[in-house]
Design a binder for this molecule. Structure first.
Ligand SMILES: Nc1ncnc2c1ncn2[C@@H]1O[C@H](COP(=O)(O)OP(=O)(O)OP(=O)(O)O)[C@@H](O)[C@H]1O
Ligand SMILES: [Mg+2]
Length: 258
């Protein structure tokens, strides 16, 4: 029997169309159009206040856009009702800038939370997965600690472990390695690459750490506060060496004379 080798084109997990985002009347970024392919690791880059966190928060459905469409695995997160939104968001893992752990919950309870919310894991399964994520983040033995007893770097690693709790198809990290020592930061980069390799996850992150960007990112979307837009799009190496915009080359080489 002849098998049909023609595959249907795969839907990109993230599609952004004519997107304008902002707060109240104030536009932060406008008319954005881009697609992120499955398994891509994309960094949102740009100066402080250009709207990296804003864009990330809109993609994950925390805020409604002023205009435009955001499709997650083919489904609109913009027009979704609350139930649909929860469904769409159940394939997300998110680590926010600053960690955002629940202060009243232990490390293990924080990591368990997304699994508790899903409601279909047994207590033993949750315990096992919490241990597994703690080990992945080199945090064995810290499950019973409270967030207030952890260093800044450890809080970030717990936030990371929580984001990974459900082995999500889409991962979003806002400055995962800011303020971490270089070795911990490098460890996080290895974890990111390992996750992508093992699970094929699509990863969108915000970071200023050049070593991380060059080590893990397939692609950089460069945002500009002045233009309120994405001004360049390509691999970090290519943008550093060939971008037509001096500010982009400078940003990726830390050399303002570039
Ligand atoms: N909830 C909010 N309400 C109103 N304005 C906001 C809100 N959050 C962010 N902004 C404004 O939107 C602009 C973009 O902020 P955003 O946090 O997205 O920048 P960023 O690129 O992530 O910066 P950084 O690199 O410093 O984290 C800033 O001027 C900020 O003050
Ligand atoms: Mg930010």
């Amino acid at each position: 029997m002849k098998t049909n080798t023609v595959q249907p084109p795969e839907v990109s997990p993230i599609v952004v169309k004519d997107l304008t985002v902002g707060y109240g009347e104030r536009i932060i970024l406008q008319n954005l159009n881009f697609e992120i392919k499955k398994g891509q690791i994309v960094t949102l880059l740009g100066g402080s206040g250009c709207g990296k966190s804003t864009l990330l928060k809109h993609i994950i459905g925390l805020y409604p856009p002023m205009q435009g469409e955001i499709l997650i695995q083919g489904r609109s997160i913009v027009t979704a009702n609350e139930t649909e939104k929860r469904e769409i968001m159940s394939c997300f893992g998110v680590a926010y800038q600053g960690g955002a752990l629940f202060r009243a919950l232990s490390v293990a309870e924080n990591i368990a939370l997304p699994m508790e919310e899903m409601g279909h894991f047994t207590k033993d399964e949750i315990k096992e997965r919490v241990e597994q994520k703690l080990a992945l983040m080199h945090l064995e033995g810290f499950g019973n600690f409270m967030p207030s007893d952890l260093s800044g770097g450890m809080i970030k690693r717990v936030a990371f472990a929580r984001a990974l709790a459900l082995d999500p198809a889409l991962l979003f990290f806002d400055e995962p390695s800011a303020g971490l020592d270089p070795l911990t930061s490098d460890m996080l980069d290895d974890v990111i690459l390992e996750i992508r390799e093992k699970t094929g996850a699509t990863i969108v992150m915000v970071t200023h750490e050049l070593p991380s960007i060059f080590k893990v990112s397939d692609r950089v979307l460069m945002l500009s506060r002045d233009e309120k837009s994405i001004v360049d799009d390509g691999s970090p190496q290519w943008l550093r060496d060939h971008s037509e915009i001096p500010f982009v080359r400078a940003f990726l080489s830390r050399n303002k004379n570039n």
